[in-house]
Design a protein around this ligand. Structure first.
Ligand code: PLP
Length: 348
């Protein structure tokens, strides 16, 4: 597929900002090109210079871990940044559309609304699986992007690979597959399908399995042309220097990340075992992620009661298909026990 044909036409000849670090790339003794303060405020060598605008060292390391050529990686200020940039690059405001399958992650809708891009919603079926025939039917010439989330937030289930491949084969726009929670799932990522589909964009993040949500680092894996377009329209230094060096450090210790995933899976089993024994809990949905959706009697009131006890869960009870549902993130042993203790106290 020719990605350039999907791009908003005014971007075809965009001249991007050229930073001082774009124009001189080698190593020098004296840097007087970027109007920085050479004295620095903290440790002199650390933060006084602008960071690498293309985060090359970080991408090389991520490429090794994800088994992907770094040229296929775009890094964003959280995965929320590529979500917005992709809509901005490919959807003409007031004309083009995106397709979503709610209930799903809220930022697809928010970013589309900010950009004045219409949303075609094809709700999931009651069992939270994709309504594939309706989704295919919903495709129209103005639809430029389909957002899929697997494992899906807030339902926790994954989308069948066959369904995703069918959409990729039938849709001539971009398919953005948000795999923010993939490291918690036993099902494999579709990252290796990138070589077969130039219209596939896969999103991963350091906010979940890596435990680094505050650093704001998201990854988009995509065709080289899509990465080039995102680099062209992003703010020049979108990933700050502290994030680049702290994530680089975390990446040296993959075992720690794997140990956290293991601990979270044990804690999730504890919650999955004990939640159904609580009388107010009507259903505990299967989850491939680090959270569990439950249906509970008087969900909103229970949510408010939990807040009084300083336990915060996510109230999804007003979301279509999630009536009377709360989304519970798997926490530490202590946090989970406190949640269960408080839930047991509340009479429905
Ligand atoms: C499905 C999904 N995608 C993306 C994000 C945002 O991730 P980031 O912190 O990388 O912006 C979230 C956050 O909750 C999410 O649930």
């Amino acid at each position: 597929m020719e990605i350039r044909k999907l791009l908003r036409s005014h971007l075809l000849n965009l001249k991007p900002y050229s930073s001082a670090r774009d124009e001189f790339k080698g190593k020098a003794d004296v840097y007087l090109d970027a109007n920085e303060n050479a004295f620095g405020s903290t440790s002199k060598d650390k933060y006084r210079r602008y960071p690498d605008p293309y985060q090359n060292d970080l991408k090389n390391k991520i490429g090794e871990i994800k088994e992907i050529n770094p040229a296929h990686i775009f890094l964003g200020n959280g995965s929320d940044e590529p979500i917005d940039l992709l809509i901005r690059a490919f959807c003409n405001p007031g004309k083009d559309k995106i397709i979503t399958a709610p209930p799903t992650y809220g930022m697809y809708e928010v970013s589309a609304n900010i950009n004045d891009v219409e949303i075609i919603e094809v709700p999931l079926k009651v069992d939270f699986t994709l309504d594939l025939p309706n989704l295919i039917d919903a495709i129209e010439p103005e639809a430029k992007i389909i957002f899929l989330c697997s494992p899906n937030n807030p339902t926790g289930n994954s989308i069948d690979k066959e369904n995703i491949l069918e959409i990729l084969n039938k849709f001539h726009g971009l398919v953005i597959l948000d795999e923010a929670y993939i490291d918690f799932s036993s099902k494999p990522s579709l990252i290796h399908e990138l070589k077969n589909y130039s219209n596939l964009v896969i999103l991963h993040t350091f906010s979940k399995a890596w435990g680094l949500a505050a650093l704001r680092l998201g990854m988009a894996f995509a065709d080289i042309e899509i990465v080039r377009i995102l680099n062209m329209i992003k703010p020049p230094y979108n990933i700050n220097g502290a994030t680049q060096s702290l994530v680089q450090k975390a990446l040296q210790n993959q075992d720690k990340m794997k140990a956290m995933i293991h601990e979270i899976s044990l804690q999730k089993k504890y919650l999955e075992t004990i939640l159904p024994t609580i009388p107010t809990v009507k259903e505990v949905y299967q989850s491939d992620a680090n959270f569990i959706l439950i249906k509970i009697k008087n969900a909103h009131e229970i949510y408010l009661n939990l807040i009084k006890e300083k336990v915060i869960v996510r109230d999804r009870s007003r979301v279509e298909l999630c009536e009377d549902c709360l989304r519970i993130t798997v926490g530490t042993e202590e946090e989970n026990k406190k949640l269960i203790m408080e839930l047991k106290k509340i009479r429905g």
